[in-house]
Design a protein around this ligand. Sequence first.
Ligand SMILES: [Zn+2]
Length: 379
Amino acid sequence: MKKLPKGLRITIECVLIVIIGGIATNLVDRIPTEPKVKNIIYLIGDGMGLSHITSAQIMQDYEPLNMERAEYVGLCKTYSSNSLVTDSAAAGTALSTGYKTKNGMIGMTPDSVAHPSIREKAELAGLATGIIATYPVTNATPAAFVGHVPHRNMEDEIATYYISNEVDVVIGGGSRRFDQRADSVNLFNTLRDKGYTIAFNMDDIKDVTSGKVMTLLNDDSMPTIEHGRDVNFLADATTKALEILTNNSRKNKKEGFFLMVEGSQIDGWAHKHNLSGMIEEIKDLDAAAKVAFDYADKHPGTLVVITADHETGGLTIVNSNRKFDITDHKVDFQWSTGGHTGGMVPIFAYGTGAEHFTGVFENTDLPRIMCRLLGLNED
Ligand SMILES: [Zn+2]
């Protein structure tokens, strides 16, 4: 084959490099990059197993719950480091820090080494953060997103973590841990000095749209819905928190937020084998799920994950020996224990990044995946 003159060869090579380079750049441009997760809304139904959700479906003639809008569904193993059956402290720690621990411990591994929760890491990275619960905000699940103590009953100490942290929005029960403490310190005064709006009913924060807010609606746990709590409490609190977090996050060094919402009292009624009380609490959390999903629809970059810390009561739905009728609510529900059980619990995921939550997971995987999606260190 006749050799091309050297000068022409170089020119052809240069042209080829430019053409191939151009094609490669075009290909890279056309490969869609994964949309970035900016906001996470993490809903936790305390004690909410699959049969609990099924019984809520049965009671509304199998009309779908809002949770069923989830695009991706998974399962989560719940055991703790020292028990097949976890408590809310160890489960909350797993779901917040990504580490298994012993029952009773909050935010630390069995060797008493503290590990930051995803909320603390988000706060440190400059994201706005929030915590909502209907139990005291010092109770096990919310505590695992703010503090680090060897035992869940150290609630006065857990309250002080709301001073050393700066959670943008806190809504729940448990004011006595802030103003009726063994050390007589009034933590509300300290929080006011730090610029917090402190309120004791939702009306008082109606016009608050940004800034740091703590609203504690009861000395101890809030009343259950059966005992008078507003049926839309969690949905309303989630709406208010999302408004404040959205506005705060726009002023922060990093746009985005992390919000944890606990349906705390599903567990309490399941311990007492009160089916109707439990279903009301699930529906309250389910209404908050609608608020979260609707927010994700309007705000691309928002991920919603719903799960439970464990199942409570060993609830089963058994044949009532009657001819099945979808409107027959007299299904036989049976409970096998007054405590928790070790079965897997569901995960429902919606919005940006939801596809990462399909499959079978350890409870410790959930915050780790969320951290990766937010660009935070997962350890
Ligand atoms: Zn329980």
